[in-house]
Design a protein around this ligand. Structure first.
Ligand SMILES: [Zn+2]
Length: 445
């Protein structure tokens, strides 16, 4: 089901980066210009002369780091209208409340402990000389759980991904050996793009609309779309900052463009708009300095921030255990086998032997760092307890499959992939951690 990405003539650099992507040329059905204000888009009084009856398409949108309460800031006319006309909820991320683990959970219905993307960076005992990073596309790291676009492609449903973590992986394939190894086998979306932050939100939306302009035979039926700017602003300035609110407003305008573009094509769509996690405010006044707890030579500190993970140095396990597994003022530490069951985390071989989780609650979120900060800093982060209120993630569903004006209770993000299967009329998944129960009362049958 693989199609060539783009003809060579279309290859162009975007924003100075060598990246095989160019904004799609405008066809006679012209794209709307980005809005000058945040006024909601209105559907044109008369649709263009495209009167072909189109089956609804499923569009999964991720707005990275979008906390549900951002909808209360008065800058999201488009998202707020989709929520009011559709179904909305505060969604609970999986632990750890990080980007890659949760994006993979959203499209697999499996928790990080089982799907294997256990953090944004980790190692595997089977590959001791390698480290997974957010650039890793060797199927070895990803193959434990099948993403929805692979399930769909296998069922003959065409898919297209305008960015999503893991969407560039030839899922199920095997990386060969040698100086220039290539992946053999595997399945990717019919259309996909290598992630590049320089591709603007407007370009991303235009690419999606251009895919949907195709004739039915080559038009995708499942599309993903990803926005990173709300998360970036949240990290840099903190969730309460006006610049984060501006990023929220900007992405809302892109959602307006998407809705307008769909209306222009007379294309009905089931939109499932999610975030991977929320955002907590952080400060250099709330830092736990590890060098005051554990001599640096005693352990390799693999990750720091909202949580820290540790590989003890040879012969130092008892010392690490003694230093960590005691009471600390603003964090809790566990050996991986003793992480509380509600986190569903600790069985995977890719999780380091010890984990410390910083507090996130009244009084603010703490951060675990190797040393005390030397300069004052305010910002934001995520990765905390997935039950924490400020780790909650956006969920909005709107389209012909959904009832109007429904608010549903908090649910775990493992239930999103089963919902997508329903929308695509795929059979219920086998061995998933989630199911479609949260949505059964709000789907139109
Ligand atoms: Zn994220």
């Amino acid at each position: 089901m693989l199609r060539p990405l783009l003809p060579l003539a279309a290859l162009a650099a975007v924003g100075g980066c060598a990246y095989p992507y160019t904004p799609p040329a405008l066809s006679p059905v012209t794209q709307p210009a980005p809005p000058a204000t945040n006024a909601p888009y209105t559907v044109p009084a008369s649709a263009p002369a495209v009167q072909e009856a189109r089956a609804p398409v499923t569009i999964l949108v991720s707005i990275d780091g979008f906390r549900p309460d951002y909808l209360q800031r008065g800058v999201t006319p488009n998202l707020s209208r989709l929520a009011a006309d559709g179904v909305s909820a505060d969604m609970r991320p999986s632990f750890p409340s990080k980007t890659f683990p949760n994006h993979w959970t959203l499209v697999t219905g499996v928790r990080p402990d089982r799907h294997g993307i256990v953090a944004n960076s980790f190692i595997d005992p089977a590959r001791p000389d390698q480290t997974f990073t957010m650039d890793s596309d060797d199927p070895f790291w990803w193959n434990a759980a099948e993403p929805i676009w692979v399930t769909a492609e296998k069922a003959g449903i065409s898919t297209a991904t305008m960015f999503w973590p893991g969407a560039n992986v030839a899922w199920g394939g095997t990386l060969g050996s040698g100086a220039h190894p290539v992946v053999e086998g595997g399945t990717r979306p019919s259309d996909w793009q290598q992630f590049n932050q320089a591709v603007t939100g407007h370009q991303r939306v235009s690419a999606v609309i251009d895919w949907l302009r195709r004739p039915a035979a080559t038009r995708p039926q499942l599309v993903t779309l990803y926005f990173d700017t709300v998360d970036s602003a949240g990290h840099s300035y903190g969730p309460a900052d006006a610049r984060t609110t501006q990023a929220v407003a900007d992405v809302d305008a892109r959602i307006g463009e998407l809705v307008q573009g769909l209306a222009g094509l007379n294309q009905s769509a089931n939109l499932v708009i999610v975030a991977d996690h929320g955002m907590a405010g952080t400060s250099s006044t709330r830092v736990i300095a590890l060098d005051r707890i554990l001599p640096p030579a005693d352990a390799r500190v693999f990750e720091t921030g909202p949580y820290a993970s540790f590989y003890p140095a040879p012969g130092r396990d008892a010392a690490v255990r003694a230093a960590l597994l005691t009471r600390h003022a603003h964090m809790t530490c566990w050996a991986k086998a003793n992480i509380p069951a509600r986190f569903h985390y600790g069985a995977n071989v890719r999780i380091p032997p010890y984990l410390c989780l910083a507090n996130d609650g009244p009084g603010g979120a703490w951060a675990i760092e190797k040393t005390a900060p030397t300069k004052p800093r305010e910002g934001g982060n995520h990765g905390y307890d997935n039950e924490a209120a400020d780790m909650r993630a956006l969920f909005i569903a709107n389209g012909p499959a959904f009832q109007h004006g429904k608010r549903i209770g908090d649910f775990d993000n493992v239930d999103v992939a089963p919902l997508l299967r329903d929308l695509l009329r795929l059979p219920a998944g086998v061995g998933l951690d989630g199911d479609d129960r949260p949505f059964r009362g709000v789907l139109r049958r």
